[in-house]
Design a protein around this ligand. Sequence first.
Ligand SMILES: Cc1cc2nc3c(=O)[nH]c(=O)nc-3n(C[C@H](O)[C@H](O)[C@H](O)COP(=O)(O)OP(=O)(O)OC[C@H]3O[C@@H](n4cnc5c(N)ncnc54)[C@H](O)[C@@H]3O)c2cc1C
Length: 572
Amino acid sequence: MTVEIPDPADLTVVDTDVAVVGSGGAGLMCVLHVKDAAPELDVTVVSKGAVGRSGCTRMVQGGYNAVLDPADSVDLHLRDTLEGGKFLNDQELAHTLVTDAPKVIHELETRVGCFFDRGPDGRIHQKAFAGQQFDRTVHRGDLTGIEIMGRLRDQMFRVLPSELEDVRALDLVLDADGELTGLTALDVRTGKALLIRARVVVVATGGSATMYRIAAPAREKTGDGVAMCWRAGLPLRDMEMLQFHPTGLLADQARMTGAVLEEGLRGAGAYLFNAVGERYMARYDAERMERSTRDVVSRAGYTEIMAGRGTSAGGVLIDISHLGKAEVERLFPGMVERTRQIGQDLATGPVEVSPTAHFHMGGVLIDRDCRTELAGLLVAGEDSGGTHGANRLGGNGVAESTVFGARAGDTAVAEVVGRALREPDRAQVAASLARTYAPLSRTSGETPFPLTAELKDAMWLGCGVVRDGAGLRDCLGKIGELTARLEHVAVPGPAQVNYGWQEALDLANQLAVARAVVVSALHREESRGAHYRSDFPEQDDAQWSQYVVLRGNAEVETHQVQHTRLSPEEVS
Ligand SMILES: Cc1cc2nc3c(=O)[nH]c(=O)nc-3n(C[C@H](O)[C@H](O)[C@H](O)COP(=O)(O)OP(=O)(O)OC[C@H]3O[C@@H](n4cnc5c(N)ncnc54)[C@H](O)[C@@H]3O)c2cc1C
């Protein structure tokens, strides 16, 4: 059964003041801020997954960094963030993050209704997290994200935005003068396309690190927002900066493979062993051992596995059972539960883990108020680039999504003033529909699933934890080949709930983002933070205090990092 490409004139049109694409921490904080400041505005949430129950904010385990203790300071949090980011950060974004985070934590408690753990003195408990000179990570046990997203979801029943659930954004659409008019979208359940006309669009689809063989993020995050913005001509920065978490679960073909066992485990004294029983961190960081930073521990695990000292499933082992079953169950209930679901048990013995693709520091260029180069288009959360530089600190991710989500909401309220609904350029709508429906309209061709698997393998080996020029070039060639093959993919109808079709659409975006990652990684001929080149193993500040920007058809620019708040010399 083939499905015809719809005519733009036949699309259902949804008109709204503010379209918020994505319903994670950034998306829902944005909605809340718009509706609380301007209840008269019509806000439409477009969400590929369930509203408030999809994305990665709800997966946050460790917690949220915010300066609350008078003995701590935003200057110290900024310094930790810039040192963690290897001074590649946009310092104004990083400064905004650390300045707003305490306000947003109070807002989450007092207005949104979150409960965070408190100490015996009644104050919010803040725990230690790697790379920070002060214990500033706010948490609710090891299920902090569920607490935040559950309460934000409750707030939606109060402010009542229009919700388009299981609807995926496809493309931004401009008018004939190049002004933003809204977006095309696809209702996954019905297979019908929509045209959403909006005065302001906020993109908050949560980036992606899912184009790797082993990956932690929610499956629905396939780089859609970043790819959509790139196709619309917006510049991307720091795309080579992809963070690997050292301890992702290994559960064969199960979805749980890649799910993170959080850093707190290593902080609490867990050991890492290879398959021959060595505590291998002694070879890589004898002083800090398992408490070394994410990039070092990930590289160590990857090197052990590639050197043949991994388990038969291609992993290493993490063991915290020496603390005793009851204590592990008390400290890490969520993680214990997760390991038991796959037939292992963190409380009583070692668990198999591997480095796992975790978080994308790169994304769309924004300013402090989430504005982009395109008037009326705002980007917030993991879809944006610059806040974290070359490496994100644990605890700064959910802070970023809620801080910048809130700011995007405030900016949207200001931005709608004077912006009318506009008529989209019909040719752009037609092109978006043609691209989207092409796989459904073909009668024969391969399915997208093996192509996705090939992309994930190519990225894992060619542009993963350890990279080099030859591997990156091979990987780029493979991405080109897969992009060409995707042009011939066929997904038998019907259009309703068609997983093959959704896979093909996901893959198109993953290929675009993967290309941006590899091109940027090839360009940066040094090692910095999450980007490690075995052919350029040193950090080269003389040459590379620069960030990489991609425009158009992957044209590369480099720009000097502006140390507007703190220079590396001041902390050395
Ligand atoms: C396992 C794990 C643990 C983590 N733990 C921590 C932690 O302890 N502390 C910390 O600070 N950070 C942590 N992070 C990082 C943190 O989760 C992210 O930084 C943050 O949640 C991103 O928020 P977001 O709002 O940008 O995106 P998300 O919360 O991921 O939301 C993305 C939304 O976009 C929607 N979407 C995707 N594509 C489309 C589309 N085409 N159209 C419409 N909607 C779309 C999704 O359905 C979802 O609703 C963790 C990440 C993972 C994966």
